[in-house]
Design a protein around this ligand. Structure first.
Ligand code: MTE
Length: 303
């Protein structure tokens, strides 16, 4: 099994800034060696100076969740219509224990941790989010991944009565995403179930949503009801709609521009309209942890 990722920082550690730097100095003594972070401006979690967590308000009021409309404030306005309990996730395909897993059961079995991650949207805005969640690998291991499995596919629920956007064809429903199995099993990949220790708000993908911090935000599919282990590369919503603009991998890469805009910098939400743009880091700052997954691949072709 993949190694567990140990969180170095919690949101308490990263605010205020002085604590963050003291913590880094402390880490330089030992823990950071193991995490391989000496010498760089980035900590093991990819956080760096200025990476102050966004407020709960910011994180839950500026969203993309097309099932509730295409405006950034639509999800906060309309997502309360979604019933999230009871909730089942169907896990199937190449697994030893296929079936419906209830969210309540999953929560009893999983280790919930806090992970403060940078979150970078393809539209060139970003946030720092203190998620609570469990490693996706733990859930997949519960289902028992078979040797033939190479990919994991995810689907959001379809319930137009509660998700009015699904009465329109903004996207093809259900929203789908996919990861290669090694990406899915990577210890940085989590299923988020909370923010700032509270249950995850509906607009952020209740009751559980994927978070893959080195990929653009659209890979982090919300309100998941189906997980399938497959041999073939699965469909992914944005890649289906516009493969030229959105590849299957979608790793954050400042060197590969989106056809319509540069990906070299980002605007941190909450910094105000005139806030300085900050440079985007390769793999969103998680290069040390994940670059090995893509060794030998041409990332300008596999974008
Ligand atoms: N998941 C579903 N089901 N539907 C969506 O429209 N939007 C994606 C992703 N997951 C989306 C989704 C996009 S484009 C982004 S940037 C992130 O969710 C936004 O997550 P946030 O609102 O929690 O910041």
């Amino acid at each position: 099994m993949a190694k567990r990722y140990t969180s170095d920082l919690t949101w308490n550690d990263v605010t205020p800034k002085e604590v963050f730097f003291n913590r880094r100095a402390f880490m330089a003594g030992g823990a950071a060696l193991a995490a391989g972070t000496i010498g760089g401006p980035v900590t093991a979690q990819g956080l760096r100076e200025g990476d102050t967590p966004n407020t709960f308000e910011e994180i839950s009021s500026y969203n993309n969740f097309y099932e509730f409309g295409t405006g950034k404030d639509d999800p906060a306005k309309y997502a309360s219509a979604l019933t999230t309990s009871p909730w089942n996730v169907e896990i199937g395909g190449l697994v030893d224990n296929p079936g419906d897993y209830s969210f309540a059961d999953i929560m009893e079995k999983m280790t919930i941790e806090e992970r403060v991650y940078r979150f970078r949207c393809v539209e060139a805005w970003s946030m720092v989010v203190p998620w609570n969640g469990f490693e996706l690998a733990d859930l997949l291991n519960l289902a028992g991944v078979q040797d033939k499995a190479k990919y994991v596919s995810f689907e959001t629920l379809v319930r137009p009565d509660e998700m009015w956007g699904q009465k329109r064809s903004f996207l093809e429903w259900p929203y789908r995403e996919g990861l290669r199995l090694d990406e899915a099993m990577h210890p940085l990949t989590i299923m988020a179930t909370g923010i700032y220790g509270k249950d995850i708000p509906n607009q952020n993908g209740a009751p559980m949503r994927l978070v893959v911090p080195w990929k653009y935000g659209f890979k982090s599919i919300k309100s998941i009801v189906k997980i399938t282990l497959t041999e073939e590369e699965p469909l992914a919503t944005w890649n289906m709609i516009n493969p030229r603009e959105y590849g299957f991998y979608s790793n954050v890469n400042p060197d590969v521009d989106h056809p319509r805009w540069s990906q070299a910098s980002e605007r941190r939400i909450g910094g105000g309209l005139f806030a300085k743009r900050i440079p985007t880091l390769k793999f969103n700052g998680y290069e040390e942890e994940v670059a090995g997954l893509y060794e030998g691949m041409d990332l300008t072709k596999n974008y």
